[in-house]
Design a protein around this ligand. Sequence first.
Ligand SMILES: Nc1ncnc2c1ncn2[C@@H]1O[C@H](COP(=O)(O)OP(=O)(O)OP(=O)(O)O)[C@@H](O)[C@H]1O
Length: 596
Amino acid sequence: MGENKNLNRTFQVDLRGVVDLLSHHLYSSPRVYVRELLQNAVDAVTARRAQDASAPTEIDVAVADGTFTITDSGIGLTEQQVHELLATIGRSSKRDDLGFARHEFLGQFGIGLLSAFLVADEIRVVTRSVAGDPAVEWVGRGDGTYQIGPGSRDAPGTTVTLKTRAGAEQWFEVPTVKELAALYGSMLPFPVTVAGQRVSGDGTPWRADERPSGLRQADLVGYAQDTFGFTPFDVIELDVPEAGLSGVAYVLPFPANPADRGGNRVYLKRMLLAETAEGLLPKWAFFARCVVDTAELRPTASREALYDDSLLDATREALGDQLRGWLVGLARTDSKKLARFLGIHHLGVKALALHDEEMLRLVDLWMPVETNFGRMTLSDFRARYGTIRYTATTDDFRQLAAAAAAQDLALVNGGYAYDTEIIERLPQIDPSLVVTRLDPTDLATTFSALESQEELALRPFLAAAQRAMDPMGCEVVLRSYDPTSLSVLFLIDRAAAFQNELRATRERVDELWAGVLSAFDKPTTDRPQLVLNHRNPLVKRICGLTDPELVRLAVEALYGQALLLGYHPIRPADAQLLNRSFLGLLDQAVPTEDHQ
Ligand SMILES: Nc1ncnc2c1ncn2[C@@H]1O[C@H](COP(=O)(O)OP(=O)(O)OP(=O)(O)O)[C@@H](O)[C@H]1O
């Protein structure tokens, strides 16, 4: 009895539980049964061809009346192998003595056949080994039992037959099976037929052959049109020998959303792994969609994604280099095409330039930016004006462009996506380069003050104007600057802008929040400035006003105009003030009845 206690026992496997696990947690759809059976047939043919290079390579699929049959002229199995391989879950003939997947085969895990139970209750296999043993028939059932007996078959090879389970009929329709076999197997090296129609055997569309290169290129474009539904902007051939990878990257002819990971079409040893596999290209390469075949990258157990390992990392890097090489080559040889590419994919390229010096150079040389002297590339800009002066927002740019131009100050609008970051990175490629951010208040320091005599004379006006603006929390300044057509500027630096917004919010929220917000309210010396241009004829006339009420109305109107010109937010208090000043000025302008 004591001996019995230590007896080695064998695990019992509840097949129904395993099938349930596969169907609900491993495979995304029952359709994978076509792939798994096709894959077994291909592996069997491959194994036979390894022994006899002249062996037939037929793989035929037939579907009729709810029955699916796949026949191969492969290596077949002896009775002993049937027990060992078909009836033992997790056992595979496709691993070497150390348990590693063998290079020439698609399968490796020893579970693929079970996927047939996703659509059928019974798997019938008739097989005859090339070893010459008699044919065997094996019937495996979803409840975990199987039967084995003599089979009838003359030539070596295997036939697997499935009868549809109630509810799975859709997976046994001829068009569906044909579509699935073509989807997974179109690039297989052997001819596969479904209902007598060939769905594979032509290899990869990018294989090197004797055809003239133009024809090959046209075929590759045709493949993109058929498979992805677009005519590519360009076609880049890919080759990563370490991963046994070859293929093509299609440059999208339309802008792609950087956040949208379209995924790439990946074949593993010529069998489709996924139409939208992730992780193959670097994140920045969203302007390209690839189709590749790889012999070395590994699948996850579901065979629906790439296994994330160091080889995948290295492959991603190598593919990134090849895409980058294409871009840099374009810059050297075809600047018009590059300009068109940048027109479509500027966002992607700019995102790339933040991490990659070569891309940064490309952006510097080729990407036009908005400046107050017209559109030009950053490299042209610095060749002409030296220092790169830029605004961080488009609003700042709009506010300052004209005034800066009038003072010969060249200014780049850094407000578009990534532009500010790119400009700030430029010294990395040219250490002598100076980049400075222009804040609106910096501009005021370049304006000339009035002559002291004149200033003295205008003090009463300035004091009245300041009183009018005190409730708005802004400081009135009188300067002379160009262009003379510009009457007024509202200048606000970043700290003051924040404080202003804080105050505006506090006016709108309830007491509790107002208390919380006031904790952030630091007294700031940098009040926004309302800078009147004394060179402007209208402002000059306003400076001559003596009636304090009229001064107030005019200054309020200038303040409102400055806010609108500079795209500043209009707070409720501003709107009220604008209204009051407009009506006040109207009242002054329209004669009253008494005077008529
Ligand atoms: N058509 C076939 N001809 C010859 N042998 C086959 C055939 N189908 C299956 N086998 C044998 O049965 C074994 C188990 O097949 P199964 O599909 O479960 O796993 P696998 O192909 O080895 O690996 P994977 O789970 O990765 O597909 C195979 O390793 C192979 O030896």
